[in-house]
Write a protein of this length. Structure first.
Length: 194
């Protein structure tokens, strides 16, 4: 049984053959996801719009280098990843990961964003928890849990090993869990004083 083709493959082929309306269809199909991803990474709507335009311009210019067997959306997220990192570096945002944490086991399935959502936290709090993550953790979490990419696709998109993706996802979930617990503790009503 053959693997289903990427739904964008036909549009990419037609675009490469000179049908510019197909590029417009690809843009329309993916611009919301790319913008949302960039907005969550850079935290500014205007900057995310500008970066999204850069991403699609780069994609259009390098479409001939796209491997037709690869998912198109993963390729776009890879371009967005590089654009966001360049932007964050230019802003001198600290992209380093906290290496002072205790070693952790990525196989541990502690609470992640799904668990937080199940606890009836409002979406704004979950968004704040995600936004508070270091950019490299936030990016892996967004690609995996918000965009629905597989760990393999996240690894390919970011150009890192799958094990590194799993570690970043685990640490992102762990940081979110800690921040959530701190929030819950702060929100717990105090006992009345005698």
């Amino acid at each position: 049984m053959s693997e289903p083709l990427d739904p964008d493959s036909d549009l990419v082929r037609r675009c490469l053959a000179g049908d510019e309306s197909c590029y417009a269809a690809l843009l329309e199909r993916h611009q919301g996801r790319i913008y949302s991803f960039l907005l969550r990474l850079v935290g500014d709507g205007h900057e995310a719009e500008d970066l999204a335009q850069v991403v699609f311009l780069k994609a259009f210019r390098s479409l001939a280098s796209f491997e037709l067997g690869r998912p198109f959306h993963s390729w776009l997220f890879a371009i967005a990843h590089h654009a966001a990192l360049d932007f964050l570096r230019a802003r001198k945002t600290d992209l380093s990961l906290d290496h002072d944490e205790d070693p952790i086991d990525p196989a541990d399935a502690s609470d992640g964003p799904e668990r937080l959502a199940e606890t009836a936290l409002d979406g704004a709090l979950v968004e704040r928890l995600i936004a508070a993550l270091p950019p490299l953790y936030r990016e892996a979490l967004l690609l995996r849990h918000i965009e629905g990419l597989s760990v393999t696709d996240v690894a390919a998109t970011l150009g890192i090993p799958e094990g590194t993706v799993k570690i970043r996802l685990f640490r992102a979930r762990e940081l979110m869990r800690r921040k959530w617990e701190a929030f819950e503790k702060d929100e717990t009503p105090e006992a009345p004083r005698p």
